[in-house]
Design a protein around this ligand. Structure first.
Ligand code: GLU
Length: 428
């Protein structure tokens, strides 16, 4: 069978093709000259399958879409304290090149507006690294997100740096407020290079998919940034990624996103997919007109709004059955699915509402795909309390989905690991 997804993408592109409203960014001469009719879209699943349609081979400068990725790199390189000490995370409601800093702290309001992004740029890489090494670290990092070596479009760089008066003013303001401690011109030059990195719509989809996949590139398998940096970055994208259109975007589309003035737009749907579109005509917020339209279609056609959750699945407690008789009887509590907080609460509630009569209790994880860390601790606490209530506990976990099963403080559990042991155990 041929997958219907490429056909869907082609249809979606066709539906927006005739819209010629908006205009290419005119404050960067090289972008003003871009072919306004270019149009492309790509999806990359969190396990690395890429679908794309339209002008997929056209390379363009990444512009502001570099901001979330470099923010993630800065968090990975310098840690949260240093980065948050310099850059706030409040939506500004202002335009991308707004000139104000947070009252009281002098910090840029968030890393997605230019002031915050210039400051973020200076925080990527090793502390004290020279600007050349820093930009190398950034290009290598962006390449790791994309899964292939990326380069700088020198013509775009030259064109933007020659007219970057406003960004220079922002960098001077950052220096005057002690947010950056280097020559403001060097910071702007590095940041402009970062914005001039060349990508295709497929690169962007894969970069977004790396964010959707907890920071691991789903195609190369390379861990690019740690999961906490991804969580922080996606949160900031959700609240500040679409400039002054962020609230409207989050309610209508509901996908953490970032746009750029060259016409790119990415969205990262955690645990599912990375999406990207490319179409150079921009609306008044600086977001791609047809890109915004496409994302609205994607979200309504494919139920991608982050706040839309599927109806509850079957209970995590699949069954509770008793095997054997008398003192050898064992109650096997069979769990299923992926267990997080709410699932673990159901397990605890079940034990509380219907305490097992048998002395021996076996908790089977044979049908469990994963156990989140909080759920793991809750299950171990249930095991500890059941031990203190006089039970003997067993954990049937052939795939090791519950690592380090030590309930601590008076709790005891015997792990029955190998599949061949399980049948014997249940029969005994
Ligand atoms: N390099 C552009 C600037 O700093 C990026 C802006 C954008 O893509 O929104 O003005």
């Amino acid at each position: 069978m041929r997958s219907p997804i490429p056909d869907y993408l082609a249809e979606a592109l066709q539906s927006v093709e005739s819209d010629t409203t908006g205009a290419t960014a005119d404050y960067i001469p090289e972008l003003a000259d871009a072919d306004p009719d270019l149009l492309a879209a790509a999806f990359c699943t969190e396990d690395g399958r890429l679908y794309s349609q339209g002008d997929v081979d056209v390379a363009f400068s990444i512009q502001s879409i570099s901001k979330p990725f470099v923010y993630a790199l800065a968090l990975a390189d310098r840690g949260f304290d240093e980065v948050l000490g310099k850059i706030s995370v409040e939506p500004s409601g202002d335009a991308f090149n707004d000139m104000s800093l947070e009252e009281g702290t002098g910090r840029p309001r968030n890393p997605m507006i230019n002031a915050g992004a210039i400051a973020t740029h200076t925080l990527a890489g090793r502390r004290g690294a020279d600007p050349k090494d820093r930009i190398e670290r950034i290009i290598d990092g962006l390449s790791a997100f994309a899964g292939r070596p990326l380069d700088v479009d020198e013509a775009v760089y030259e064109s933007e740096i020659a007219t970057a008066y406003r960004n220079r003013a922002l960098a001077n303001m950052l220096r005057a407020n002690g947010i950056i401690d280097e020559d403001p011109l060097i910071a702007v030059s590095g940041y402009t290079r970062q914005c001039s990195v060349r990508v295709t719509v497929e690169d962007l989809a894969l970069m977004a998919a790396t964010l959707a996949n907890r920071g691991v590139n789903p195609r190369t398998g390379a861990p690019v940034v740690p999961a906490p940096a991804v969580r922080q970055t996606l949160s900031v994208m959700a609240t500040c990624g679409m400039y002054d259109g962020a609230g409207d975007w989050m309610t209508r589309v509901g996908i953490p996103a970032k746009s750029g003035v060259s016409g790119g737009l990415i969205g990262a749907l955690p645990g599912q997919a990375g999406l990207a579109t490319f179409s150079p005509r921009l609306d008044d917020h600086g977001n791609s007109v047809r890109g915004v339209d496409l994302f609205q279609r994607f979200t309504s056609d494919m139920g991608m709004h982050l706040m839309e959750v599927p109806p509850p699945g079957p209970s995590v407690v699949r069954s509770r059955r008793v095997f054997g008789h008398g003192p050898l009887a064992v109650q096997v509590v069979s769990l299923q699915g992926s267990i997080r907080f709410a699932g673990a609460e159901r397990i605890l509630r079940d034990f509380e509402d219907d305490p097992p009569e048998q002395k021996r209790i076996a908790i089977s994880l044979v049908r469990v795909g994963s156990v989140g860390d909080v759920a793991r601790r809750m299950i171990l606490e249930a095991i500890r309390r059941l031990t203190l209530d006089g039970h003997d506990l067993f954990l049937i976990d052939p795939d090791g989905v519950l690592p380090d099963p030590d309930p601590g403080d008076g709790g005891r559990v015997t792990v029955v690991g190998r599949r061949e042991d399980i049948a014997g155990f249940v029969r005994k």
